[in-house]
Design a protein around this ligand. Sequence first.
Ligand SMILES: CC(C)(COP(=O)(O)OP(=O)(O)OC[C@H]1O[C@@H](n2cnc3c(N)ncnc32)[C@H](O)[C@@H]1OP(=O)(O)O)[C@@H](O)C(=O)NCCC(=O)NCCS
Length: 238
Amino acid sequence: MILLTFILCILGLGLIYLVLVSLVFRKEIKATFERDPAATNFLEVLLTYPGLSAIIFYRLAHKLMQIHLPFFPRFISQFAKWLTGIEIHPGAMIGEGLFIDHGMGVVIGETSIIGNNVTLFQGVTLGGTGKERGKRHPTLGNNVVVGAGAKILGNVNIGDNVQIGANAVVIKDVPPNSTAVGIPGRIVKKEGKKIPGVSLDHTSLPDPIAQRLDRLQDEIDHIEGEIKDYHEKKRWNK
Ligand SMILES: CC(C)(COP(=O)(O)OP(=O)(O)OC[C@H]1O[C@@H](n2cnc3c(N)ncnc32)[C@H](O)[C@@H]1OP(=O)(O)O)[C@@H](O)C(=O)NCCC(=O)NCCS
């Protein structure tokens, strides 16, 4: 009888937790269904999506940080990192509808600000450059998508509706409605139009050492030609 009561209590608490999470995090759950074609089952999203779990822990840690409770915000954040592979500093400011896909390796720094309906893929870092103090992490607008492995470093502004390509390293502001890719991040599209003159053909980048060697070879050929001419003239003059 005691065991049955205990099991019923656990089930009841689990149910209350699920109902509360579905209500409080309805925008994040909606975002998961909208942006992940693999998401089809409500319970699966609630219980197995690391991005959602990380956001739930972050909201709790952030609230505790706001009331200046020591230790616990960082403890919760580190526990969430251990559980999900996603590290969100409790001091970060995050809007509604954040979707972190796959999650592993995502780092969101203390002074990051994230707008509404942002999508982050695995391996994204919103970090500092290591040289700044104070506000040293990026500010992301609304509807931003940051591709897998991309790093946005420093106190830079990423405008609304921006897409950052997978593996890009962005260290400068990106204006709204644009796409930035590469290392360092370059804007390749603005207002839906490609930016002319931006070459992403990394196999054809100029090689300054080879260019210098070519110039030296030309000079040697020229000098050898002059010496040859000199000797020819000398022979004819004899
Ligand atoms: C950048 C991205 C959002 C595409 O944006 P887009 O506005 O549709 O841009 P396009 O596809 O027209 O590409 C524009 C140019 O950038 C290049 N490009 C696109 N993505 C790139 C990337 N990640 N790195 C380097 N160059 C990239 C394209 O080859 C193209 O170059 P070109 O003009 O010389 O042909 C997309 O390529 C991307 O990286 N998405 C991230 C998705 C992700 O992380 N998925 C993980 C799932 S697990």
